[in-house]
Design a binder for this molecule. Structure first.
Ligand SMILES: NC(=O)c1ccc[n+]([C@@H]2O[C@H](COP(=O)([O-])OP(=O)(O)OC[C@H]3O[C@@H](n4cnc5c(N)ncnc54)[C@H](OP(=O)(O)O)[C@@H]3O)[C@@H](O)[C@H]2O)c1
Length: 240
């Protein structure tokens, strides 16, 4: 199958790229912004991978990739990239520019690329969209996470619209909601908090990118009967 994953050269995205590229029958395209050295490493190690530069802050680049999508003959499109940091400050202290910038830099590119993927899937009457959300949608939001959680909630709603609007075209839209993983995204987390999280975890083991990638792999191979579903990876700490 042909897959395109956004932000596929680092963090969770890299784990997904690697697990999908294990199958030589798969062609894995991934977008990247800053992780160029990882791109070169991935393309060298895994000949069925190809990086595509796409800075979500540059709409020309996003529109160019959206144009390219129709030539990739995709079977699966994975929304993984997020531009911004998960924790800022209290909601009432954040200027409105920060809200609109993060929306424009994460949600609008995600919309542009997903529209292109859906257009291409509709032509072939087949396709899968997988979107990475967060388990933070379930819990009382952490202080400082208002923009991040609101943007993910916006995507959560779009995931459902994509599922219901396209089911007659044999296109599915599902999501995966991971709990905390150690990546660049969470690199500022204090050592003591990490230790506390590990100690308080029911499995005494923080979720790994590998475990989430395995879940995404499952969805890429799953029956089209699974549609509009979210898979929560939080060891049952909170149950929907
Ligand atoms: N880590 C967690 O605890 C956690 C928990 C739940 C959900 N998630 C979700 O998992 C997904 C991946 O996050 P991660 O933890 O793997 O963090 P990460 O390592 O920081 O990955 C973020 C990805 O977004 C891309 N990105 C950043 N700025 C970009 C820009 N301007 N234009 C285009 N792409 C850009 C990065 O690409 P480059 O490296 O090439 O710049 C990178 O691949 C996100 O959707 C995040 O919300 C993470």
């Amino acid at each position: 199958m042909n897959v395109l994953i956004t932000g596929g050269s680092s963090g969770l995205g890299e784990a997904i790229t690697r697990i999908l590229a294990k199958d030589p029958n798969n062609q894995v395209y991934f977008t990247y912004n800053s992780s160029l050295s990882n791109v070169e490493k991935l393309e060298y190690e895994l000949k069925n991978t190809k990086g595509i530069k796409c800075n979500f802050k540059n709409l020309d680049e996003v529109n160019l990739v959206s144009e390219q999508i129709k030539d990739l003959d995709l079977d699966v499109f994975i929304n993984n990239a997020y531009v911004g940091e998960p924790i800022k400050t209290y909601f009432h202290k954040i200027s409105t520019d920060v809200f609109s910038n993060e929306f424009n830099e994460t949600i609008i590119p995600t919309i542009i690329l997903t529209q292109a993927a859906i257009n291409s899937f509709r032509k072939k009457k087949k396709g899968k969209i997988i979107t990475i959300l967060t388990s933070m949608l379930l819990n009382a939001p952490l202080i400082g996470s208002s923009i991040y959680v609101a943007n993910k909630a916006y995507l959560e709603s779009l995931v459902k619209s994509w599922a219901s609007e396209n089911l007659k075209f044999n296109i599915t839209s599902n999501s995966v909601s991971p709990s905390f993983m150690l990546t660049n995204f969470t690199r500022d987390t204090d050592e003591r908090i990490l230790q506390q999280m590990n100690d308080n975890h029911p499995l005494k083991k923080i979720l790994t990118t590998r475990e989430v990638a395995e879940t995404v792999l499952f969805l890429t191979q799953a029956t089209q009967q699974i549609n509009g579903v979210d898979i929560l990876l939080n060891s049952g700490v909170n149950i929907k």
